[in-house]
Design a protein around this ligand. Sequence first.
Ligand SMILES: [Zn+2]
Length: 114
Amino acid sequence: MPITNCQRCGKKCQSGIGNPESRPFHRASQGLCVNCAITEFFKTTEPISSILEGLMYKTDQRILLSPAIQEQVGHILEAGNCDASLEEIDWSTVVEQWELPFPKSRRRAHSSTG
Ligand SMILES: [Zn+2]
């Protein structure tokens, strides 16, 4: 498996051909590490992005450290046969890098309709 640097945070990540059926994202499909891929998913996928925005308005990004939230995300990944597992996600990094911008040159691979 080739190693590339994440286009958002620069972290080394494994690229390669992911399972195309994997949802909500698949491995290295966009040159993002798993933490950034899940962040993009959270930010661009309705109704999740609106729900999270509402929760974060009351608290902040640390809501993502909640086991209840992580459990729900685990269900989403499982239901989608996602290449990434819940264990691969570093939640404290996701929280720390929440405001980090995504590379502008990238085209969004996912449409809002999925
Ligand atoms: Zn990253």
